[in-house]
Design a protein. Structure first.
Length: 182
C-alpha cells in the first residue's frame, strides 16, 4: 500500500512539473508579440547565419551574413528569398513557417502535446500538420523559443538555432514589406 502511494505521488509530481513547464511556455508565448534574434541555420550540412525579426502572426525578416546580400521576408501571406542575383517568392502556406510563425496555432498545438525534456536544457514539441513535420524547441529555464527543425520547401532538412533573443522590441513599420524583384 505504501509502495503504491509513493509511486502514485512520484507520478503526480512528475505530471505537475511537466504541466508547469508547458504552462510557462504557453504563458511566455502569450505575452510575446515579437522577437529579434541571431540565428544559425543548417540545411543539409550547409551552415548560414544572420539576424531576424519575427512578429506574430506570420511575419519575419532575416538578413543573412553572406556576400550575396540574402534576405528572407514574410509579410504574413507570401515569403520572399532575395539575393543580389536571385528572387524567389512562394505562398507562405507552402512552407512550415506558416505554422511556426503563428503563436496562436503553436499554443493550441502545445496544449495537446507531450513535451520531451532534453538534458534539462531544452523542451521539445514534435508535431505533424499539413504535410509538415516540425520539431520546435524552447529553453528549459526561461521558456523562450530557441529553434526549430523542419524540412524546407525542397524537402531539405533545415535546423534553425536562435540566440541573443530579445522580446517585444520596437520594430520598423515597413520591415515586413516584400522587397521588389531586381
Amino acid at each position: 500500500m505504501i509502495k503504491g502511494f509513493i509511486i502514485l505521488f512520484f507520478f503526480v509530481s512528475i505530471t505537475q512539473v511537466s504541466a508547469s513547464i508547458k504552462d510557462k511556455i504557453i504563458q511566455n508565448l502569450k505575452i510575446t508579440n515579437n522577437l529579434t534574434f541571431n540565428f544559425e541555420q543548417n540545411v543539409n550540412g550547409k551552415t548560414q547565419n544572420g539576424n531576424c525579426a519575427l512578429s506574430f502572426p506570420r511575419k519575419i525578416f532575416c538578413e543573412y551574413n553572406l556576400e550575396n546580400n540574402k534576405i528572407l521576408v514574410s509579410n504574413g501571406k507570401s515569403i520572399v528569398i532575395k539575393t543580389s542575383s536571385s528572387y524567389y517568392q512562394y505562398p507562405l502556406k507552402r512552407t512550415p513557417l506558416i505554422l511556426i510563425l503563428d503563436k496562436d496555432f503553436l499554443i493550441k498545438k502545445i496544449q495537446s502535446l507531450n513535451e520531451r525534456i532534453i538534458d534539462n536544457k531544452f523542451v521539445n514539441f514534435k508535431f505533424f500538420e499539413s504535410d509538415f513535420e516540425i520539431n520546435i524547441f524552447f529553453d528549459f529555464n526561461n521558456y523562450n523559443l530557441i529553434g526549430w527543425q523542419t524540412n524546407d520547401i525542397y524537402q531539405n532538412l533545415s535546423i534553425t538555432f536562435l540566440s541573443s533573443l530579445k522580446k517585444n522590441q520596437k520594430l520598423r513599420y515597413n520591415l515586413f514589406s516584400l522587397p521588389k524583384q531586381n
